[in-house]
Design a binder for this molecule. Structure first.
Ligand SMILES: Cc1ncc(COP(=O)(O)O)c(C=O)c1O
Length: 409
């Protein structure tokens, strides 16, 4: 049973039927609208905890594909991070650990819904540009659906992403350029190759999948919300999707309007187009020139979701903030060593953002703060800080072992 009514363009309110394959309108994303009154009634007797522990437990708030292509995505842990919080004089810090998702990143959520819908519409061949993680996720979900996948990623993408996409049988191409150059190739090849463009926000359903992060967060907080949600922002889909979920939840009566969190979009100062637009009071972001960051998911110089992301930040009373590129590795180390959470460089920027916003008192000591670790550190292999000492078999040098401090390596 689907409660989807139609798709709508936030640009001019034009609506589009949901029973046809759709992409964009005026080169901007379309959003899925539901009959929330009927969905709310249907939810009256639902106890989510009795449903399987994955994101499809929110099926009334998702589209209804003819077959759900799933790898068990969703219901990732919400971890308290008390030791990390202690370093910032903060009482309540939580990490939503999306690294524990199929394919190791939150991209699985969007792909599960988007591939399920594409398959329902009879699509057999899909393509996308990616900073890396979405390519791995597309490859896996396309494989599970029996579809053909083409993945275009910057040539300097993390080897893990190239490996995982190839392993799942995608046709992978390395592009001498940025994700935006990859996107141009996918659009150019549409007619010639007959593929469906799965670029984020160029089809409406990846956003719906990512939206479930918002529903889960509320459920895990006992159907309330933290006061601040901090998200590493590249294309903006995650942030836009969660804000959409929160607004839907108020209409469904699942959470109160005065409980809505302030949304914080975090970018590296090596690529911060949304921060620049936010600070300039602009509705759209200018492309960021010469973007450079080890957080590859955040190396997105321009996005068609800019207006929606800026709107979500402003409507929530939030902020877009950049953190120092040179400190990302330090925040990764701090999270792993204080909390045992393997934070990718993207998620680690959120630690820097909370630190900065706590220092300026934008975040208060009693705020309840949720940050997102969108992928594990292992997905972005990096040179070692130090080469570990080598031990000779049969002639162990114990003085070397005794002299080695934890964290040295
Ligand atoms: C690990 C990671 N974090 C954050 C992002 C940014 O997400 P979004 O494009 O939804 O803003 C990405 C996107 O590639 C990512 O891979």
């Amino acid at each position: 049973m689907s409660f989807v009514q139609h798709l709508v363009s936030p640009v001019d309110g034009t609506t589009f039927p949901a029973d046809e394959l759709q992409s964009t309108h005026k080169n901007r994303p379309l959003l899925v609208r539901y009959d929330l009154q009927r969905a709310g009634q249907a939810l009256d007797d639902v106890d989510f905890t009795e449903r399987p522990s994955n994101m499809w437990r929110y099926r009334e708030l998702l589209p209804s594909p003819s077959e759900i292509i799933s790898l068990g995505e969703g219901m990732t842990p919400l971890l308290r991070a008390d030791r990390l919080a202690g370093t910032m004089n903060l009482n309540h810090l939580f990490i939503k650990d999306e690294s524990q998702t199929p394919t190791g990143s939150f991209k699985a959520r969007g792909m599960s819904v988007a591939i399920s819908m594409a398959k329902s519409f009879g699509v057999a061949r899909v393509a996308l540009p990616t900073a890396g993680n979405a390519g791995g996720a597309l490859a896996a979900y396309a494989a599970r659906a029996g579809m053909e996948a083409y993945v275009f990623m910057p040539a300097d993408s993390p080897p893990t992403n190239i490996f995982e996409a190839q392993l799942a049988g995608a046709k992978v191409f390395l592009v001498d350029g940025l994700i935006t150059d990859c996107g141009a190739i996918v659009r150019e090849g549409k007619e010639r190759m007959g593929w469906f463009d799965m670029s984020t926000m160029r089809e409406p359903y990846r956003l719906e999948g990512k939206k479930t992060m918002g529903y889960e967060l509320a459920e895990q907080f006992g159907w309330s919300l933290p006061s601040v949600v901090v998200f590493p922002t590249g294309g903006g889909t995650g942030l836009i999707a969660m804000w959409k979920a929160f607004l839907e939840m108020t209409q469904l009566g699942l959470v109160d309007e005065d409980e809505l969190p302030r949304m914080v979009a975090v970018q590296s100062d090596g690529c911060s187009p949304l921060v620049q637009a936010f600070e300039a009071g602009a509705d759209f972001a200018e492309p960021f020139l010469n973007p450079q960051t080890i957080a590859r998911g955040l190396r997105v110089p321009s996005t068609i979701g800019d207006a929606l992301a800026l709107n979500a930040i402003r409507q929530s009373g939030g902020v877009a903030i950049s953190v120092k590129e040179s400190r990302i590795r330090e925040w990764m180390r701090t999270s792993a060593q204080l909390e045992g959470v393997s934070m990718g460089p993207e998620g680690a920027t959120c630690v820097g953002a909370v630190e900065k916003l706590r220092s300026s008192r934008w975040i208060g000591k009693h705020d309840v703060v949720a940050i997102f670790n969108c992928a594990a550190a292992q997905k972005t292999p990096m040179p070692l800080d130090r080469q570990p000492p080598t031990i000779k078999r049969g002639n162990v040098d114990w003085s070397l072992i005794e002299a080695t401090n934890p964290g040295d390596q």
